[in-house]
Design a protein around this ligand. Structure first.
Ligand code: ATR
Length: 294
């Protein structure tokens, strides 16, 4: 499906359909339209889902305009999730916890916000580990990075009962700061990883650094080899390309996955809130449809 990126999606242009959109900066790469339209087809729901580009100071104006024209719901991506949270008149507990929202919708004349990013990641990781014969809550997990993306991963993993959780960052002081916020988190130095000699290797390594956007990996391939076993999963939160981290893992015979499944799962949760479909959504079909557009 080819959804044009426009300055504003006018819901009045789609008579007979409930209109939704994703908004961001940039936004042209977003797979949200194809994912939501795949769900709409599965559930036989008459919706249109568009894509809005907003300048950095335009989020509030564009979002307000969209809802004033009858728009039903919106997904919010980088860098507007904090502003979306502030715009919401009603906030779900998940949004309150994250202080950020990736979903807005109008219900009984009030604008609600929610955060489905955490649950999206957890559902995706559970599905992947199950396929490897493992359970997330008992897994030994390593997070790479200590920025905003890593911040969004730690709390949902802990809520899920992951107790063996380590975090390594290039700048060690930031890993230590995260460990102050989450006392059971083990901060590691990158040098600790290079010298890793524990018999129990990591079941899951999540790359939450910004390296996926370029062509580097936060850890060398030979270090990665020491950290993982044959049933481990190497997960990169970036989607749309095979990152260096993923390529290294694949070359070592380790299962490497990008963040597309997380995107599809967070979209499914929003779609269920918005449309309350009678059928269960086919997650794998939406992943396949989105991947076909790469
Ligand atoms: P985001 O909000 O997307 O997480 P961020 O807050 O800028 O972005 O954080 C980027 C993360 O990627 C940080 O953990 C950063 O490490 P530093 O804290 O040491 O800067 C990490 N990162 C970026 N480039 C990296 C590289 N080449 N190697 C290792 N880590 C890198």
């Amino acid at each position: 499906m080819n959804t044009p990126t426009v300055d504003q999606v006018n819901p009045q242009d789609y008579p007979g359909k409930d209109v939704y959109t994703v908004i961001g900066h940039p936004i042209a790469h977003s797979r949200s339209p194809i994912i939501h339209m795949t769900f709409a087809k599965q559930a036989n729901e008459p919706i249109y889902y568009g894509r809005i580009f907003a300048e950095l100071d335009e989020f509030k104006k564009k979002a307000t305009e969209f809802f004033a024209r009858g728009g039903k719901g919106m997904n919010i991506t980088v860098p507007f999730k904090l502003e979306a949270y502030e715009l919401g008149q009603k906030k779900t507990p998940r949004a309150e916890l994250a202080k950020a929202a990736n979903v807005l919708w109008m219900q009984d004349g009030e604008l609600w916000c929610d955060n489905t990013d955490g649950i999206g990641l957890i559902l995706d990781l559970k599905r992947l580990l199950k396929e490897q014969g493992q359970v997330l809550s008992g897994a030994k997990v390593l997070i790479l990075g200590a920025g905003g993306a890593a911040q969004g991963v730690v709390a949902p993993l802990m809520d899920e009962g992951v107790t063996d959780l380590s975090l390594a960052n290039r700048t060690f002081s930031k890993a230590e700061q995260m460990a102050q916020q989450f006392p059971s988190l083990k901060p590691l130095r990158m040098e600790d990883l290079a010298a890793f000699s524990e018999p129990q290797k990591f079941d899951l390594i999540i790359n939450a650094t910004a390296t996926g956007l370029g062509d580097s990996s936060p850890i060398a391939k030979d270090v990665l080899a020491k950290l993982m076993h044959s049933k481990s999963v190497a997960y990169d939160m970036v989607y749309g390309k095979d990152t260096r981290f993923m390529k290294d893992a694949a070359e070592l015979g380790i299962r490497a996955v990008d963040g597309l499944g997380m995107l599809v799962e967070q979209a499914a949760d929003a779609f269920i809130t918005w449309r309350k479909p009678q059928v269960s959504l086919d997650i794998n079909a939406a992943i396949v449809a989105a991947r076909a557009t790469y």
